[in-house]
Design a protein around this ligand. Structure first.
Ligand code: ES4
Ligand code: ZN
Length: 325
């Protein structure tokens, strides 16, 4: 029998968490007060009242405005440390954490402020027995010029993050819009991943571009790939990872996508379970494993296989990988 203790205590890698999506109502209120920002909410109940969404667009409309409480380097440090402490309780041993610099630079916060605060938390995470890394995402609903600008601003700091990702509103924003940025990132030795959200128009086309043209190492969500067996075979052969987030999917698509996850697992694709925006979707990584296990009656063996995939699809050294696999 699969218990909550089993899913939470299993050693795992977190590969799909947006640091801004770990901003809990309590910290949001604390930072608003500290930074003298009127967010129009004074109690945790009032903040929670505002958490209403049922698709990607309605979610993002709540998500971005909440970030305005993040202003100083210390705020980013505190946000990331709070997340890492929760991750440690979920026995996360390795974390590759997304951040959205454009969501902050567009409000007048310097890139340097964001990365220095987050990076310092990843260094201090060593004391929690977590190997934490950062992945900088481009906001796909902004222009390619904006993505170019932030990439050039970020490159001098490239020892502080390990890869680039692509997130935000996918509608009418295909991966190829950012082809040049992905190429430049790859030329600089950065890893590459990108979101292919569930429930999107042209989802398979976007997944094909990511796999066949850009050559991403992972796809975030992307479980719609099961609709194309040839692409699944290609992804399996290339060892591409798929980071699925059950509780997020349940909000965004009213479906945890467990059927798709199990099909990919059975076909030898490196699919794994993660938390996306845990402060918004009702749980951290252990809760995501547990919810999926309950809903689809997963065996311990399947859960262990998913956790092993999280290390296999991670960007740790082969030596570290051998330790976990
Ligand atoms: C996101 Cl659920 C989701 N999809 C796309 N971009 C995102 N950023 C944060 N959460
Ligand atoms: Zn995501």
């Amino acid at each position: 029998e699969v218990t909550r203790d089993f899913t939470h205590n299993l050693p795992k890698a977190e590969l799909h968490v947006h640091i801004e999506g770990t901003l809990e109502p309590e910290l949001k209120l604390k930072l608003a007060q500290k930074n003298n920002i009127d967010i129009g909410q004074k109690t945790i109940a009032e903040v929670e009242e505002n958490l209403k969404y049922d698709d990607l667009a309605s979610f993002l409309a709540v998500y971005y405005p909440a970030m305005e409480v993040l202003v100083h380097e210390e705020d980013f440090y505190e946000l990331a440390m709070a997340y890492l402490k929760k991750a440690a309780k979920n026995n996360v041993r390795h974390a590759e954490i997304f951040f959205d610099p454009q969501a902050h630079t567009s409000r007048g916060v310097k890139f340097e402020t964001v990365i220095n605060g987050l990076y310092r938390a990843t260094v201090d995470a060593r004391a929690l027995n977590i190997d934490a890394r950062l992945i900088m995402c481009f906001l796909r609903d902004l222009s390619r010029e904006s993505a170019r600008k932030i990439l050039l601003e970020a490159l001098p700091y490239k020892d502080k993050f390990i890869g680039v990702g692509l997130d935000s509103d996918e509608h009418n924003n295909p991966p190829m819009k950012f082809f040049n940025q992905f190429c430049t990132a790859q030329e600089h030795g950065l890893h590459v991943t990108a979101h292919a959200d569930v429930d999107q128009v042209n989802s398979l086309e976007h997944i094909r571009e990511l796999l066949e043209v850009i050559g991403v190492e992972r796809i975030d969500h992307g479980t719609n790939i099961v609709e194309d067996p040839d692409l699944v075979e290609f992804a399996a052969k290339q060892g591409v990872g798929f980071t699925s987030c059950p509780l997020s999917n349940d909000f965004i698509a009213s479906d945890m996508k467990g059927k798709e996850v199990l099909e990919l697992l059975a076909k030898g694709v490196k699919v794994s379970i993660h938390s996306d925006d845990p402060a918004y979707f009702g749980g951290y990584i252990g809760d995501n494993y547990y919810a999926l296990a309950q809903k689809y009656d997963l065996t311990k063996e399947q859960i262990v296989a998913l956790a092993k995939n999280s290390f296999a699809a991670s960007w740790i050294s082969e030596q570290q990988k051998a330790f976990y696999l």
